[in-house]
Every structure is written in structure tokens, then in C-alpha cells.
Design a protein around this ligand. Structure first.
Ligand code: TXA
Ligand code: MG
Length: 322
């Protein structure tokens, strides 16, 4: 951990596990190091980064005014799979926020991530900027091997990838805009709408919408006014073409809950027994499709509130292709 923190201090990149997905980290106050994140990811520089902190106490370093309900959410769900968007402090430079006057912060719930954040803090690092450790637009990595597959060729000898095993949540954090009077959910995740409403006692605004078009397919409306790269219509996409909610054909990959059988000749990539397991296996299974060289994958979307909303959100974008 001390070695990894020292590398961050020296301006190198350290990829690390969180409970959601692996992140590609840099010292959030080092503009040169942060610039490398964008280069390694191949991501446009106006897309803001989440600053990861060791505990709620460091929130004040990065935030200006903080709403009461944001404090309540932080108390209840940190460390955890939730990112809060708040007014930024002077510490949150344009190279973090993409020039916006807000900043995203999160305390991840993973022993390695917290260990790294604590050791980095002892060395004077105030936060670790980290997007998901994948090339722009592609599937987020949930294992160290997947990070190396994605980014290995772009990393330097002094960068590091920490291996903390497979991520337990498997899809990215819930992003909540806390700058208004009531919470606005920009990206659904494991902290659900219901949990946020219950914790704050407030109505929540959803910036995504599901429409049943009659054929059972669910679409999401893009929100034009927020710059969340994960809200682009096509994102989270494997090389294989993703189809939703249709009978799989021979030779196609197939991802569905365990009680849905696999037709003859179809290549079953995952058979999760519940929605939590679905989230955990989804990105692994989409990567497996590419490793096996499959050109098409059919996914039967899980139904329900909670994490199913996040899974469907990612699947609809994955199905829109690269
Ligand atoms: O679970 C996660 O959130 C993972 C782990 C590593 O923490 N991180 C992650 O980062 O998913 P990334 O960069 O792949 O996605 C974060 C999203 C981006 O779409 C970014 O545009 C948005 O958060 N974001 C960051 N700061 C923002 C801000 N100030 N306002 C609006 N959106 C913001
Ligand atoms: Mg990402």
C-alpha cells in the first residue's frame, strides 16, 4: 500500500479495486497525472472525474456548500457504491471537474481502496481521481486481469495495478446530483431510488426513464443537460453486438437468469440466480463473449426495482453499440 501511495505521489497511475468496478487512479491535485488518465482511457477531457476519499471527513476539502440531505446520504451509504455531486471547492480544479462548478466524490467500500486512500492521505494526497479502468466507451473491468486486458498496453512501468479479486457489486456507483433542493439521480446503481428517497425523506428526480414500447423492450431517454459520459446512449459496449429480450439463436452468446433455459447450440455466458448476482456477473460475461470471439450476445433483462434498474440502464446502452 505504501509503495502504491508513493507511486501516486510521484505522479504515476495506480489502478485499484472498489466494490463496484476497478478504477484508474491518480493524485487528484496533480494535473499532469490526471492528464495521463485521459490519455490512457482515450477519454475526452471535458468529462469530469470522481474524486475518491478515505472518509466523509475529507468531503469538506473538495466541496463548497453541502446540502443537508447530501450529508444524510453520506452518513448512511458511505463507504459504499454512491457518488455525490456537490458544489466544488477551490481544490477541485478544472482538470477534475471538466470546467463545471461541481465535483463528484465517493468513499468506496473496499479494503484495498480504503487502505490505499489512507496511506495516500498520510503522504498528503487529498483524494484519488479515478474513472472506471477501461478504454472510453467499453465495458468496465471488475477484475485486475480485465484492467490489464483493457489498459496494459497504455500503462508505464512505474504505474501499478492492484489485484483485489472480483468486485462484489459489479456495476458502477449510483451518481446523485445534490446541488438542488432534492436529489437527482444521474446514473442508477446499487444504492436505489427507493433507498435514497427513504434516507432523505425527499422525492427523488430520475434523469433516466424506462418506456415499455409494447414489445417488452425498455428504452432510456438521454438527458441533454448533464455531462455524464456514462449517460451517453452508447457506452458499456463489448465488441460483440448486444441484443435484448429476444430468443437466442444457435451460435449466439446468452446471458439470463438461471431459471431461463439455454436453447440448443446457444453459448451460455452467465446464469445468475438473482439480480445481485446478475450485476456481479454481467461485465465478466460480456468480456467473455469477446474473449470467445462471439459476434452476437442476447441478454434477457432482469425485472424489478433496485439493482435491476442499473443493470437495464447499462444493457440498453450496451445494446446501442460502440
Ligand atoms: O463506481 C464508480 O463510480 C467507478 C469506481 C471506480 O468508483 N467510477 C466510475 O467513474 O464509474 P467513471 O468516470 O467511469 O464514471 C463516472 C461518471 C462519468 O460519467 C462522469 O461524467 C460523471 O461520473 N461525473 C463525474 N463528475 C461529475 C460532475 N461533477 N457532474 C456530473 N457528472 C459527473
Ligand atoms: Mg466509466
Amino acid at each position: 500500500m505504501a509503495d502504491a501511495a508513493a507511486r501516486l505521489l510521484a505522479g504515476n497511475l495506480v489502478a485499484f479495486p472498489t466494490e463496484t468496478v476497478y478504477g484508474l487512479g491518480a493524485d487528484a491535485c496533480n494535473g499532469q497525472a490526471v492528464k495521463r488518465i485521459y490519455e490512457v482511457k482515450g477519454r475526452p477531457t471535458d468529462h469530469p472525474l470522481i474524486v475518491h476519499i478515505a472518509s466523509m471527513d475529507s468531503m469538506r476539502d473538495w466541496a463548497g456548500d453541502i446540502n443537508e440531505y447530501a450529508i444524510a446520504l453520506a452518513r448512511e451509504f458511505w463507504p459504499g457504491p454512491m457518488t455525490l455531486i456537490v458544489k466544488r471547492s477551490e481544490l477541485a480544479a478544472d482538470f477534475i471537474t471538466g470546467g463545471q462548478d461541481t465535483v463528484g466524490i465517493r468513499v468506496p467500500d473496499h479494503a484495498l481502496a480504503l487502505g490505499l486512500l489512507e496511506d495516500a492521505q498520510k503522504m498528503g494526497i487529498k483524494g484519488i481521481a479515478a474513472p472506471s479502468a477501461n478504454r472510453f466507451g467499453q465495458v468496465s473491468p471488475t477484475t485486475a486481469a480485465a484492467v490489464i486486458e483493457e489498459l496494459g498496453e497504455y500503462l508505464h512501468a512505474d504505474d501499478l495495478v492492484l489485484d483485489g479479486g472480483a468486485c462484489t457489486v459489479g456495476v458502477e456507483s449510483t451518481i446523485i446530483d445534490c446541488t438542488g433542493d432534492i436529489p437527482r439521480i444521474l446514473r442508477p446503481g446499487a444504492i436505489s431510488d427507493e433507498m435514497i428517497a427513504h434516507s432523505t425523506g425527499l422525492e427523488v428526480i430520475r434523469t433516466y426513464r424506462f418506456i415499455d414500447d409494447g414489445a417488452g423492450i425498455v428504452w432510456i431517454n438521454k438527458v441533454e443537460d448533464v455531462r455524464v459520459s456514462g449517460s451517453l446512449e452508447n457506452h458499456y459496449s463489448p465488441a460483440a453486438k448486444v441484443y435484448l429480450d429476444q430468443p437466442p439463436q444457435s451460435g449466439q452468446g446468452f446471458i439470463a437468469l438461471a431459471d431461463i433455459p439455454t436453447p440448443d447450440g446457444v453459448i451460455r455466458l452467465a446464469a445468475p440466480s438473482n439480480n445481485e448476482e446478475f450485476a456481479r456477473m454481467l461485465y465478466v460475461a460480456l468480456r467473455e463473449a469477446d474473449l470467445q470471439g462471439l459476434s452476437e450476445v442476447v441478454v434477457m433483462q432482469p425485472i424489478g426495482p433496485g439493482i435491476a434498474v442499473a443493470i437495464c440502464d447499462r444493457l440498453v446502452r450496451a445494446a446501442n453499440g460502440r
